[in-house]
Design a protein around this ligand. Structure first.
Ligand code: ATP
Ligand code: MG
Length: 440
């Protein structure tokens, strides 16, 4: 959208013009009513002040920084927040909440805040938790009724009280179940695979011409989703990763030629490794998927470590789980292997690197002492409760999800570490590690 087209238009006329622009969505958009007064306008907690509400012309422009000397076009997103008028009569809302994919700190907080927000802000009384991911829509396990009393403590627990799963995406069964159970708002919390599934559900709902709102809250501890500033759980993960790095540092310092190796989450992007490296300052080398590395020869990892061990007699390595995947030898079976959701299987870079480090040391330094201490804190990090900052952020996201619907474009936008930007330059200045890509 471009903001000038929207200024002074009511949401209703905007939807009409959007229906013309987006013919495949016309049935869906025409079905929506926007004349219902938002109950927040009459709530004792919220001001009836117009400024409190997001108007149709209130947008966020991307990019936020640009070069004044070159021509630029902006993409505008509707700002999240309460609207003066809404599409659903709250007493008729039957909301479903589901969590899919792996664990992430903050999942329970998001569920809690969705329930409390729907209940307290909009007076919704039919809120159901779908158990065990997408398959829970059509499995024999009945969804559970949720209310603020039931969820009041959930933000203090890690994991997801609704349980989660991978696989089990049967589009027609899911949409049939949504219809059959009478859900008209579906809140889905999950990662990239979940988002792809949600887009398919939305398309099917549109095809069936149903008046059902689908909202996805992006869950990715790796912070690899574009558009949003950061994903919930990321800050908690960085904080927990510090503890693993500190432990690796203590182990490395306390041994002769000690090498501490920490594997951190980050399959396609290395944000957790990068932020943990920058904030801990104990890391000698940070390996991420965006920056290919190599082991042997000039400018390689072994040469760098050799020098570091000579200087300091210890070294700490951080490796993101998606780094070095091309270097790890794969059997024919491993080349073909996919996980339950069809993603290529990642080989364990930590275990592989530990063994390569040992082989290298024994080959190049026979008879000399050295120890590699390998720490993989993945499951410990995923399972903890969200820290205060993430808890607050989960509340914001849940509220934003309730107030509006996030665009499906998020499923296609990836947030990678830009190895040409200042943050990666900081990592290199903090660690003084080689820029593998350039030397090779
Ligand atoms: P994460 O990888 O962060 O743990 P995720 O959402 O990517 O989270 P997946 O296991 O890939 O986790 O997917 C979760 C759910 O989404 C599963 O039920 C899976 O079947 C479904 N799903 C994954 N990819 C697709 C797809 N392309 N189309 C439809 N459904 C999908
Ligand atoms: Mg995924």
């Amino acid at each position: 959208y471009f903001p000038e087209e929207e200024t002074n238009q009511t949401t209703q006329t905007m939807q009409q013009s959007n229906a013309e622009k987006l013919p495949h969505l016309s049935g869906y958009l025409n079905n929506l009513q926007t004349h219902i007064i938002n109950p927040l306008q009459t709530s004792e907690f919220y001001h009836p002040n117009k400024d409190f509400y997001i108007s149709a012309s209130d947008v966020i422009l991307t990019p936020s920084t640009f070069d004044l000397s070159s021509p630029i076009s902006f993409l505008a997103y509707h700002r999240a927040g309460p609207r003066m008028h809404i599409c659903f009569e709250p007493s008729r809302v039957r909301a479903a909440i589901v969590t899919c994919g792996g664990l992430c700190p903050g999942l329970n907080t998001v569920i809690r805040e969705l329930v409390v927000g729907l209940w307290n802000m909009y007076g919704v009384r039919n809120i159901l938790g779908v158990k065990s991911g997408y398959r829970g829509f059509y499995s024999s396990e009945e969804p559970v009724h949720l209310d603020p009393k039931m969820v009041h403590n959930w933000h203090k627990r890690g994991g997801t009280a609704l349980e989660t799963s991978r696989g089990g995406f049967d589009l027609h069964k899911i949409v049939d179940a949504i219809q059959h159970r009478g859900f008209n708002q579906v809140y889905i919390i999950g990662g990239d695979g979940t988002m792809r599934g949600a887009v398919k559900i939305f398309d099917e709902i549109t095809r069936r011409n149903l008046n059902i709102g689908i909202t996805v809250l992006p869950k990715t501890v790796d912070n690899d989703v574009g558009i949003i500033d950061r994903s919930f759980g990321f800050q908690t993960a960085v904080e927990m990763a510090q503890q693993a790095i500190s432990a690796a540092h203590v182990e490395a310092e306390s041994a002769v030629n000690g090498i501490g190796l920490v594997k951190l989450m980050g399959r396609s992007t290395g944000h957790i490794a990068l932020f943990s490296t920058l904030s801990s300052r104990d890391v000698d080398c940070c390996l991420i998927p965006e920056n290919e590395f190599y082991l042997e020869g000039k400018g390689g990892l072994f040469e760098f470590l050799d020098n570091r061990l000579k200087e300091n007699s210890h070294a700490v390595l951080v490796v993101a789980e998606g780094a070095g995947q091309a270097l790890i030898p794969r059997t024919e079976a491993e080349k073909e292997e996919k996980d339950e959701s069809g993603n290529p299987v990642f080989l364990d870079v930590g275990v592989w690197l530990k063994s390569e480090l040992k082989k290298w040391w024994d080959r190049d330094h026979p008879g000399e002492l050295s120890t590699v201490k390998y720490i993989d804190p993945t499951y410990m990090i995923r399972a903890v409760t969200a820290n205060a900052t993430d808890n607050l952020y989960c509340t914001l996201l849940a509220n934003a999800a309730i107030h509006g619907v996030m665009a499906d474009v998020v499923a296609k936008a990836k947030n990678e570490v830009d190895t040409k930007d200042h943050k990666w330059a900081w990592v290199r200045s903090v660690t003084n590690q080689p820029d593998f890509a350039r030397i090779q």
